[in-house]
Design a protein around this ligand. Structure first.
Ligand code: Z5A
Length: 233
């Protein structure tokens, strides 16, 4: 015998009735597109996401740029923790990146897409697979499953990997001068990450774009895959 429901008995079902007058049409907007740009540090993701946003705006598309980890106050606070030096296990790191991703997807990305805004993301699901799975040694199958579950909250329209020799990427990073937990990892770690992106892209049929060249050349290559996502006029 179940305990009494504190809300009391459910009200009797209301008979279904057609509305007296026709429902006025709900204005609809074409949903936005969610595009994730991926790759190791220094390959030029932030540069390219900004350049793509400019091209889209010039083509009349409203867009927003987000980054992972981060994107809203909760996720930005989590970013501080994750890029900091406190010890954590690989599995804890997988879950933490995914928790911040869930926050970003539900609180920022999905609402923007719903009003027709495109979202260009600097990193996403593949970063966790590459850094925590291949790089830090979290169980790969488990990591993929956790990431798939999270991204199912708001699946992207396109993931694209920028591919660059980790030695060249390290030179770019050094020229810029920055330093966090992941940037301090040795070249072997960054090579594992670069291999991970190539392997995962091949495995899942994800587009890889050569990130060697001038920023404009790379934007042209990206535009060739992002531009066609625009609805035809
Ligand atoms: N991380 C993780 O482990 N797991 C996860 O699930 C997620 C993230 C989501 C986020 O750091 C860290 O979190 C990241 C992995 C980890 N590790 N690190 N470090 P972040 O967001 O601060 O860093 P990032 O994503 O790697 O960004 P980055 O280092 O700034 O790299 P980038 O965005 O790919 O590059 P950039 O900033 O556009 O360019 C780097 C420099 O190169 C800059 O001075 C540019 O002016 C220059 N540049 C750009 N393009 C060119 C070309 N074409 N030629 C020459 N120079 C160029």
């Amino acid at each position: 015998m179940n305990p009494p429901d504190p809300d009391g008995p459910a009200p009797p079902p209301r008979p279904y009735a057609m509305p007296a007058s026709p429902v006025s049409p709900v204005p609809t907007v074409a949903p936005g597109r969610y595009v994730i740009v991926e790759g190791g540090e220094g390959v030029g993701k932030s540069t390219q996401v900004a350049a793509l946003a400019k091209r889209l705006e010039a083509a009349g598309v409203t867009c927003a740029v987000v980054r992972e980890p981060g994107g809203d106050p909760f996720a930005e606070a989590g970013r501080e923790l994750l890029l900091g030096d406190l010890d954590r296990t690989p599995a804890a790191e997988v879950l933490a990146f995914n928790a911040l991703r869930a926050q970003l997807l539900e609180s920022v990305v999905a609402p923007l897409l719903a009003v027709g805004t495109w979202v260009l993301a600097d990193r996403g699901r593949l970063s966790t697979i590459a850094y925590q799975g291949y790089g830090a040694g979290a169980d790969l199958g488990w990591t993929r499953r956790v990431c798939d579950l999270t991204i199912s909250l708001c699946p992207p329209n396109l993931e694209v990997v920028l591919d660059l020799d980790p030695v060249v990427a390290a030179e770019r990073r050094t020229a810029r001068g920055s330093d966090d937990r992941f940037e301090r990892m040795d070249l072997g770690f960054h090579q594992r990450v670069a291999h991970a992106y190539r392997h995962e892209a091949e495995r899942a049929g994800i587009t890889v774009v050569d990130a060697d060249g001038t920023p404009d050349e790379i934007t042209d290559r990206l535009w060739a895959v992002v531009g066609p996502l625009r609805p035809s006029p």
